[in-house]
Design a protein around this ligand. Structure first.
Ligand code: C2E
Ligand code: MG
Ligand code: MG
Ligand code: MG
Length: 292
């Protein structure tokens, strides 16, 4: 068919769109059975104290090894949100986070890392979310005060009234809340003070601009100022260079996440890295608890 229509470029374009639609359908279908086929796994990216560079927490990052190969969360999460598959997947993720928290605290005690976990807007719209999280907390024995729920600024601000109600219920369970990708959406400061938020995560885009643009530096200093005045902790994400780390320290950023320190790691490697650090002298005790 391609030959019949010649090489006018348009044919190529339409074939690509068709290819994209097919891929999308494969993702939609694949997501439905990803849990039962045990295709999902969790990586843990260390989050370090800015001053010391030592691990205080970890963000759980979802990975999907589909039947036709690995699919990036940047690709499948938006699809899962659209189809609703994110609801059962989100519960799987939260269960993993709780299991890790309980295991780590059992192994390392009070200095164990806290666990950060992403929650999408679609999950917040489920009336049963708080009950389900409560049940998972109970069965796992996880300490809710060591679990940080990351919700993007955009989804948080999309429907403040609804989110306020659900976040209060989650906060009542003892869970902590972070605003993810902060600076990319449009937060009203008035709204921000109404929400039970503990942490701001500065978006990678601004961190990326630290050494290149005055504008990025200005935004980061302003965000840290807002966080300080609201008594929130600040985490910078996507830190890739020593220069970025240095600047963030001078601005008073509390925590750092990024390839400069650690990439997302499988759980075994994460434990080895933490263990190595943990057995070094001078480890600040209770860092994670103190942070959250
Ligand atoms: P996010 O929550 O903002 O997670 C941070 C992303 O930045 C991760 O990408 C991480 O691997 C990446 N990253 C960390 N440090 C650096 C760095 O120094 N440089 C660069 N270039 N990237 C860095 P990842 O794992 O591909 O996840 C992408 C997004 O997918 C996440 O962004 C989050 O929005 C979503 N996601 C991942 N896991 C889950 C999940 O379990 N549930 C939900 N709802 N969303 C998830
Ligand atoms: Mg996140
Ligand atoms: Mg983020
Ligand atoms: Mg981000």
């Amino acid at each position: 068919a391609v030959k019949e229509h010649g090489h006018d470029g348009w044919q190529f374009f339409s074939e690509t769109l068709q290819e994209q639609a097919k891929q999308r359908l494969t993702i939609i279908n694949g997501l439905r059975t990803a849990i039962e086929r045990q295709e999902l796994s969790a990586l843990f990216q260390p989050i370090v104290t800015a001053e010391t560079g030592r691990i205080a927490g970890a963000e759980l990052l979802l990975r999907w090894q589909s039947a036709s190969g690995p699919v990036s969360p940047a690709v499948f999460i938006p699809v899962a949100e659209m189809t609703g598959a994110i609801v059962p997947i989100g519960l799987w993720v939260f269960r993993e986070a709780c299991r890790a928290e309980a295991e780590w605290r059992h192994r390392w005690g009070e200095t164990a890392p806290y666990v950060s976990v992403n929650v999408s807007a679609r999950q917040l719209n489920e009336a049963s979310l708080a009950d389900e999280f409560a049940a998972i907390l109970l069965e796992s024995g996880a300490d809710p005060t060591r679990l940080l729920l990351e919700i993007t600024e955009t989804s948080l601000m999309a429907d403040v009234e609804t989110n306020l109600r659900i976040l209060r219920r989650l906060a009542d369970l003892g869970l902590r809340v972070a605003v993810d990708d902060f600076g990319t959406g449009y937060s009203s400061l008035a709204q921000l003070t109404r929400l039970p938020v503990n942490v701001l995560k500065i978006d990678r885009a601004f961190v990326d601009g630290i050494e290149k643009s005055e504008e990025s530096r200005t935004i980061i200093r302003a965000v840290i100022g807002i966080g300080r005045s609201l008594d929130l902790k600040l985490v910078a994400e996507g830190v890739e260079t020593a220069g970025q780390h240095r600047e963030l320290c001078t601005y008073g950023c509390d925590m750092i996440q990024g390839y400069y320190f650690h990439r997302p790691l499988d759980e075994k490697t994460f434990a080895e890295v933490f263990e190595r650090e943990h057995t070094q002298p001078g480890r600040d005790t209770g860092g994670a608890l103190h942070f959250l």
